[in-house]
Ligand binder design. Structure first.
Ligand code: GUN
Length: 281
């Protein structure tokens, strides 16, 4: 292995300790940062995610409320719950776990969350703020990737960053964050004609597609920084990312593992955003 590992667990531990200190300072002033997590339905992956989010809050001294609803909950009732949480002074962050059941318009629900409590950073107002460089909440996964680059003191100015994936949650905000740090950014996606030609030029590659082996060793410039946002399972059921880790680690300068890379950072940045929301309130 030639690449250095960017350890998401270790970095998370450090950042969560900082969150705990700031949370205790707020508590001393009579404010306990509070996150509401809303889960509708029984999606097994969502159940694991929300459990991890609630546990992370408890571990860092944040107050959390988990609201679980049957999959039959109406859109109107969910919107009413969001409105109640918007008006609840003990709640500083609201997270509605996605996906929602098909009969609920997720976009409408996200837009109902007060931007001041949008700790997921999914509201159009949050996306717009990121776009124009104004203060607002950044989506947790790309924000966590930026923290990982910061942790290796990587200067993005003048570097070429290639983002693979164009989702509203990761790819697009990731590209904007890299741009804000003066990287030259290329967004690649399923319609990209020659992905390898793009990635071979990259100093930084962020793979966020949700498909195994999207990035292999022959596609990586020696010394490049490779960040793997993917969360997939191989034939044996083992957790793996979008990057062929075993091959790419022999070429890259830095690489994030799966598990133990971006995953824990996503939850960490949710804690950071919730704390920020409480500090601003
Ligand atoms: N579903 C999968 N990831 C996420 C996330 O980060 N936030 C929400 N709200 N739903 C998700």
């Amino acid at each position: 292995m030639t690449a250095q590992l960017i350890d998401g667990n270790a970095l998370s531990k450090q950042l969560r300790a900082e969150v705990a200190v700031r949370a205790s300072a707020l508590r001393a002033r009579g404010i306990t940062p509070g996150l509401a997590v809303v889960l509708v339905g029984e999606n097994p992956a969502s159940q694991v995610y929300v459990r991890n989010k609630v546990k992370a809050c408890e571990d860092s001294g944040l107050h959390s409320v988990l609201e679980k609803y049957d999959a039959s909950l109406s859109e109107a009732d969910l919107l009413a719950r969001v409105e109640a949480l918007n008006n609840d002074p003990s709640i500083h962050g609201i997270l509605v776990q996605l996906p929602l059941p098909a009969h609920i318009d997720a976009h409408k629900v996200i837009e109902a969350i007060s931007p001041a409590k949008d700790v997921d950073g999914f509201h159009v107002a949050s996306a717009g703020a990121l776009m124009v460089g104004q203060p607002g909440f950044w989506p947790c996964t790309p924000y966590g990737c930026m923290k990982m680059l910061e942790s290796i003191h990587y200067d993005l100015k003048g570097k070429h960053a290639v983002v693979i994936g164009r989702s509203n949650i990761v790819g697009k905000p990731m590209a904007l964050m890299l741009l804000q740090k003066n990287a030259t950014v290329t967004i690649c996606h399923s319609g990209t004609a020659n992905l390898k030609a793009m990635t071979l030029q990259a100093d930084v590659i962020v793979a966020a597609v949700g498909k195994r082996n999207v990035l292999t060793a022959d596609m990586v410039k020696p010394g490049a920084v490779v960040i793997d946002v993917g969360m997939n399972r191989n034939e044996a059921g083992k957790l793996c990312g979008d990057v062929d880790f075993d091959g790419v680690k022999e070429v890259a300068g830095y690489i994030t593992p799966v598990p133990g890379g971006v995953g824990p950072m996503t939850i960490t940045m949710l804690l950071v955003n919730t704390l920020e929301a409480a500090e601003r309130a």
